[in-house]
Design a protein around this ligand. Structure first.
Ligand code: BES
Ligand code: MG
Ligand code: ZN
Length: 474
């Protein structure tokens, strides 16, 4: 637990922020030089004191401090305090020239990130360490700062929910359990949740979605979440919800399959975002849709070469059963944009291995039909410290999805795999709807930790989507 006292008592370990120039002027100059502390950005040094309070020195380098630097600094600070069993610290914040509310939010988020842990080791016990941070802001007003901490608490609860859902493995999270947990968690915070079982999904004519889920003993669920609060134009969020992707008859390798419980990373982000918005009682109009299923092998599974139908009515040649995400998204995005009055839609999906080749685990890859909408998202992502890069939206790529026998094929040759996958999904968006596709195959689930992002599930874009839908005033 973190107790965050804004303008609290000045007690406990003292945190000093130092630029390179500050070192010489500092009272602890000798100690710092002795320890070779150069005040590079994010350097951190601990001076324990048995008689009075301890000192902690944090380097600021000599460049401009960005919000994400604040997040990383506080993540490291929290780690140090926990390691050294320092329960109370006072942080006098320098003025970084950034909005004070956003600064305190980033500080709080950094500390919270450090509290996340996912482990199923029977011997690991959750160590409870209560941290009290007395945060002395450079400027007020205190009420705004307090609001910021409250919003960040809700956002981080959403991020942690997304991470938990994605980290849990396929034997625990399958369509039915994903739907049930979503209903339970989201209704708690006032989000309307409706779950459609197979018979109802059939009635909706979501034939591509049903084809993908056809081989699994765990039957599909359609999860629809709604917040109707205020009169802003409605936004739809669609999350890929493959609770397990074996590849189907075009089976994956052992190495490629082992983490495929995370193929519902898009669903996790969407559910986490709705949770955070609900908890904040945000004045937003959002509908979120997850077509949850497993891509498995059995006598009832769809086959390579099948020509299948979609809710939109377009026929699809299944050239590869492992390109299943775009098929479920086709129906989900058609449903979201046609059955609800939405002005814009964002889909999030762990869609292609190709996005990892292009952008690694650093950037989410985007495809969009509306530059204005995309710029708005980028601004929200910048505040969140979540990086996104757009691929070219070029009609010429669409031809690569052509099929000889059907209206469209689910794979293409000639490269650009992340673009063609995105454009496939785009075919099913209602006309005149602003659309952004986010391929999070590289960013939703990490092979190793980096800064405040843990190994495995990251909960990517909960923060971005929250900022976009419920912008933070300064
Ligand atoms: N779920 C995978 C994409 C993926 C790969 C996510 C690695 C996370 C990490 C997706 O369903 C898939 O299998 N895509 C294929 C598409 C191909 C058959 C055109 C891929 O990328 O190999
Ligand atoms: Mg696949
Ligand atoms: Zn997949």
């Amino acid at each position: 637990m973190i107790k965050f006292n804004i303008y609290g008592n000045e007690e406990g370990a003292r945190v000093h922020f130092l630029t390179k120039e500050d070192i010489a002027k500092n009272d602890f100059n000798d100690y710092l030089e002795n320890k070779n502390f150069k005040a590079e950005l994010k350097d951190i040094l601990y001076l324990p004191n048995t008689k009075s309070d301890s000192e902690i020195f944090i380097g600021l380098g000599n460049q401009d401090i960005k919000l994400d630097d604040v997040r990383n600094i506080f993540f490291e600070l929290g780690n140090l305090l926990r390691k050294e069993k320092e329960e109370i610290a006072t942080v006098k914040m320098p003025d970084f020239g950034i909005c004070q509310k956003k600064t305190i939010m980033a500080a709080y988020e950094g500390l919270r990130h450090g509290e996340y842990n996912f482990s199923k080791k029977t011997k690991s016990k959750d160590e409870i360490f209560d941290l009290t941070i007395n945060y002395i802001a450079a400027r007020g007003p205190e009420e705004k700062l307090q609001q910021g901490v409250q919003i960040s608490t809700d956002i981080m609860d959403g991020v942690f929910l997304a991470r938990d859902l994605v980290n849990e493995t396929g034997n625990i999270i399958y369509p039915e359990t994903l739907a049930n947990i979503t209903k339970e968690k989201l209704e708690e915070v006032g989000v309307k949740v409706r779950i459609y079982e197979e018979e109802e999904i059939k009635k909706l004519d979501m034939k591509a979605f049903l084809a993908v889920g056809g081989g699994a003993a765990n039957r599909p669920r359609l999860i629809v979440m709604e917040i109707e609060n205020g009169d802003s134009p409605k936004t739809a969020l669609v999350g890929k919800g493959l609770t397990y992707d074996s590849g189907g008859y075009n089976i994956k390798t052992a190495k490629g399959m082992v983490s495929m419980h995370s193929d519902m990373g898009g669903a996790g982000s969407v559910i986490g975002t709705m949770y955070a918005l609900g908890k904040s009682k945000a004045k937003v109009n959002v509908v979120a849709v997850v077509a949850a299923c497993e891509n498995m092998i059995s006598g009832t599974a769809y086959k390579s070469g099948d020509i299948i139908d979609t809710m939109k009515g377009l026929t699809v040649e299944v050239k590869n059963t492992d390109a299943e995400g775009r098929l479920t998204l086709a129906d989900a995005i058609f449903y979201a944009t046609n059955n609800f009055k939405v002005e814009r839609v964002i889909d999030l999906a762990t869609l292609t291995g190709a996005v990892l080749s292009a952008l690694g685990e650093e950037y989410t890859g985007a495809v969009t039909n509306d530059d204005g909408f995309y710029q708005e998202l980028l601004q929200a992502a910048e505040i969140a410290g979540e990086k996104i890069w757009a691929f070219p939206y070029d009609e010429d790529f669409k031809k690569l999805n052509n099929s000889d026998v059907a209206d469209i094929a689910n794979t293409s040759s000639n490269g650009a795999g992340s673009v063609t996958a995105g454009l496939f999904v785009g075919e099913f968006v209602k006309e005149n709807t602003k659309w952004i596709h986010l391929d999070i195959a590289g960013t939703a689930y990490r092979s190793k930790a980096k800064g405040y992002l843990p190994k495995r599930a990251t909960g990517i874009h909960v923060k971005t989507l929250y900022n976009l839908l419920n912008p933070i005033d300064c």
